[in-house]
Write a protein that binds this ligand. Structure first.
Ligand SMILES: NC(=O)c1ccc[n+]([C@@H]2O[C@H](COP(=O)([O-])OP(=O)(O)OC[C@H]3O[C@@H](n4cnc5c(N)ncnc54)[C@H](O)[C@@H]3O)[C@@H](O)[C@H]2O)c1
Length: 364
């Protein structure tokens, strides 16, 4: 039987430069017998010519609705808002299975059009682990923004607008320069250090020159005693990377920070987990997420005390679109090579059918 045809659509969200298929993974799929169409996209970090060079067929921007229905449309982010029925099969992060805003209207478009959705967030292996996620580069980029904010603070400034880096080397070079050549002497604490984001944060700190002993790596064992933790006040940068699944004592509180007065070393908090609106947020020192335009917010720690910058950006991997895409797409590749027959796809389709049935029943 001939292999399916995949169609990489453009991303329509501002600042989204990442891609679900990269020239590297597209080439491997083509070698595996797939036909790959790629919409031209100036926003994408990979040039159209890079896809062309490996044998992809280039098509015009945002033309997937006119693709043959036997084609599977691949992307990262949600489709543009519309009420049109959806007749194609789609693979992307739809953010519509946990009651998110507009979920029922979106899923009922598939019901009306006869299309299918494989939501990447719910592609899991036999052990229930997600086959592809962006965590490592979220932690890596989060720690990077933390280091840049520390450098700005040392100069009595606030970190300005962030733009995506061409690659990791450019990012590391920029941070080292901002810190006067190296991050040596900076001390950081990462909680959730054994997870995807946590490992990325630790790696960034290594790459910018922190001493290994100055990168404190905590996970469940270290937090088992219950917070708040005074140790957090004794580092320059604290990065929270945990996967929050239940109510836990706060790691850090405003009162604890204010009580530390002028002696506090902690200057920057990066909340990679970004559970700002979750009532169980273990870093309850800020209220809303921050953005590439305004990456930091000052925590209210008493006007006479040294400042404390908080970073809570919820799309951190976009800061390193090339490497983040490569890692993600490489992780997705083995599943794609088995598309659509393997368990990972049939289970995801079962979940989709269940969610669509719920959407059809749903009344606002
Ligand atoms: N800001 C962003 O751009 C961005 C991007 C991707 C993921 N995330 C978020 O980052 C979080 C982590 O994602 P991940 O993929 O790294 O998850 P993961 O499951 O790979 O890792 C989470 C780690 O946290 C640890 N952990 C859980 N509870 C803990 C506790 N109470 N004390 C100490 N350690 C604890 C776990 O043991 C695990 O090692 C998620 O909430 C995810 O949504 C944010």
């Amino acid at each position: 039987m001939s292999k399916p045809v995949l169609w990489l659509r453009c991303e329509k969200k501002d600042f989204e430069r990442r891609a679900a298929l990269t020239p590297t993974t597209a080439k491997k799929l083509i070698d595996g017998g797939f036909d790959i169409f790629v919409e031209r996209d100036e926003q994408r970090i990979f040039k159209d010519s890079e896809y062309d060079a490996v044998g992809c067929k280039l098509v015009e921007n945002n033309t997937w609705p006119s693709a043959p229905l036997s084609t599977t449309i691949v992307g990262l982010k949600e489709l543009e808002a519309s009420s049109d029925p959806i007749a194609h099969t789609h693979i992307h992060f739809a953010h519509s299975y946990k009651g998110q805003a507009g979920w029922a209207q979106f899923l009922s478009r598939f019901h009306r059009g006869g299309g299918t959705l494989y939501d990447i967030e719910f592609l899991t292996d036999a052990n229930g682990r997600r086959v592809a996620a962006f965590g490592f580069h979220a932690g890596f980029a989060g720690a990077a923004v933390g280091a840049l904010a520390l450098a700005a603070q040392k100069k009595g400034e606030k970190l300005g607008v962030l733009t995506a880096y061409e690659n990791e080397d450019a990012m590391i070079h920029d941070i080292r320069a901002a810190l006067g050549g190296s991050g040596k002497g900076v001390k950081a604490l990462v909680i959730g250090a054994l997870g995807r984001c946590g490992r990325g944060a630790v790696q960034l700190f290594r790459n910018i020159g922190l001493e290994e002993d100055d990168i404190l790596k905590w996970d469940l064992t270290e937090t088992a005693k219950g917070g708040p933790f005074s140790e957090i006040l004794d580092v320059d940068i604290f990065v929270n990377c945990i996967y929050l699944s239940s109510k836990i004592p706060s790691f850090l509180t405003k009162e604890q920070i204010a009580a530390a007065g002028k002696e506090r070393r902690l200057s920057v908090v990066v909340d990679v987990s970004c559970d700002a609106t979750n009532p169980n947020n273990p870093v309850p020192i800020y209220d809303a997420i921050t953005t590439f335009d305004k990456p930091t917010v000052e925590a209210d720690v008493g006007s006479e005390n040294p400042p404390l910058a908080v970073i809570a950006i919820d799309h951190l991997p976009s800061l390193l679109p090339r490497e983040a895409s490569e890692q993600f797409s490489t992780d997705l590749l083995p599943s794609l090579l088995e598309y659509p027959d393997a368990r990972v796809w049939t289970e995801a389709e079962k979940l989709f059918r269940k969610k669509v049935a719920e959407a059809v029943q749903y009344k606002e």
